[in-house]
Design a protein around this ligand. Structure first.
Ligand code: AMP
Length: 299
C-alpha cells in the first residue's frame, strides 16, 4: 500500500522548564513521516524555504521517506515557538510564522494521487482539503490539527473533519471543537460529523478510541521524564497509519494494534528534543516497547 502525509516542516524554538532550544527541526510532517518510516515508505507533501538544510532532506531520504512532494520555495521556512510549564501537557504558543506556507498550493505527483492512506497532518485545513481533493480513491483518510486552526480557521476545519475516516485530536482540542466537557460525548459528536473513528490523545494517560461499534483505551508507555513533548501527537499518527499501511487491513484488531504502535512512537519522541530520538530507532527498540505496553494493559 502507500501512505501520503501532508503537514508542516518547521524550525521550532522550544522552551521547557529545564532548557531552551532554538530553531530545531520539527513540524507535523517531520514527526509523522519519521515515525511512519519504521513501518512503510511514506510520501510527503510539504514546503520549506531556501534557509532549510539540504542535509535534513537527505536524512529523510535515507529513512525511506519519499520527498518528491517536498517543495522548496524562496523565502523562510515555517517558524513556531512554544513554551512548556511544569505540566508537559500544557503548552503555550509564543509565535507562529507561516512564511512559505502562505502561498503553498500543492500539486500532487501522479503516483501520490494513487495513495491508499492519506494523513492530513497539522496544517491549514484549506491545504488539507486541497490535498484530499487530488487523491483519487484513498482507502483510509485521517487528520490532525492544532489550536491555531481551531481558533483561526474553524469553518474550514469542520469541512476537513467531515471528509475523513479518522480524526486524531488531544482531549483539549476535542473539547474545544465540540464544546463538550465529557470526552465520550465529544467523541460521539465528532463521529456524527463524518469520521468512523475518533482517536483522543491524553498525554501520559494514553489514548481513547471511539468508533461507531467500539470503544478502546490504551495506556501510554510509562515515562517518568519527559524531555520535550513536542510532536508526540504527530508521531502517534505516523506510527498508527504507518503500521496500518504495512498490514493493509483496517479491522478493529488492526486499529487496536496501530494505537499501540502510535503510543510507542510518541514515547520515543518525548525522550529527547525535536526529532532526535525518532531518527535513530531500531525495529527491536520498537518491538520491545510494543511488548511492554502489551504486558501493562493485559489482564
Ligand atoms: P504536536 O506536539 O504533535 O501538537 O505538534 C507540534 C508540531 O506542530 C511542532 O513541531 C510545530 O512546529 C508544529 N506546529 C505548530 N503550530 C503549527 C501550525 N499552526 N501549523 C502546522 N504545524 C504547526
Amino acid at each position: 500500500m502507500s501512505l501520503v502525509i501532508v503537514g508542516s516542516i518547521v524550525f521550532d524554538t522550544i522552551e521547557t522548564p529545564c532548557e531552551r532550544r532554538e530553531r530545531i527541526i520539527g513540524g507535523s510532517c517531520s514527526y509523522s513521516a519519521l515515525a511512519a518510516s519504521y513501518f512503510t515508505k511514506p510520501k510527503i507533501v510539504s514546503v520549506v524555504g531556501d534557509d532549510f538544510p539540504e542535509e535534513m532532506i537527505e536524512k529523510f531520504n535515507e529513512k525511506g521517506i519519499d520527498t518528491r512532494g517536498l517543495a522548496r520555495k524562496k523565502g523562510k521556512t515555517f517558524f513556531w515557538e512554544g513554551k512548556y510549564g511544569d505540566d508537559p501537557n500544557q503548552r503555550t504558543t509564543i509565535k507562529t510564522e507561516i512564511n512559505v506556507f502562505r502561498e503553498f498550493k500543492p500539486q500532487l505527483l501522479p503516483d501520490y494521487k494513487e495513495a491508499d492512506i492519506v494523513l492530513l497532518g497539522t496544517i491549514a485545513p484549506e491545504i488539507q482539503l486541497d490535498v484530499l481533493s487530488q487523491v483519487k480513491s484513498p482507502k483510509l483518510t485521517a487528520m490532525d490539527t492544532i489550536n491555531f486552526y481551531i481558533e483561526n480557521n474553524f469553518e474550514a476545519l469542520l469541512e476537513s473533519i467531515k471528509k475523513v475516516d479518522i480524526y486524531f485530536g488531544n482531549d483539549e482540542e476535542v473539547k474545544k471543537i465540540t464544546g463538550e466537557t465529557n470526552l465520550i460525548k465529544a467523541g460521539r459528536e465528532l463521529l456524527e460529523q463524518g469520521p468512523s473513528l475518533v482517536v483522543i490523545k491524553k498525554g501520559e494517560h494514553g489514548v481513547m478510541m471511539i468508533g461507531q461499534e467500539f470503544i478502546s483505551g490504551m495506556l501510554a508507555h510509562p515515562c517518568e521524564e519527559v524531555i520535550d513533548p513536542t510532536g508526540a501527537g504527530d508521531s502517534f499518527a505516523g506510527g498508527f497509519l504507518g503500521y496500518l499501511d504495512k498490514v493493509s487491513s483496517f479491522q478493529e484488531e488492526d486499529l487496536r494494534k496501530a494505537a499501540v504502535y502510535g503510543s510507542v512512537m510518541a514515547s520515543f519522541t518525548i525522550q529527547d528534543f525535536g526529532i532526535k530520538r525518532l531518527e535513530s530507532l531500531t525495529a527491536s527498540d520498537i518491538n520491545q516497547r510494543f511488548e511492554e505496553i502489551k504486558n501493562i494493559v493485559s489482564f
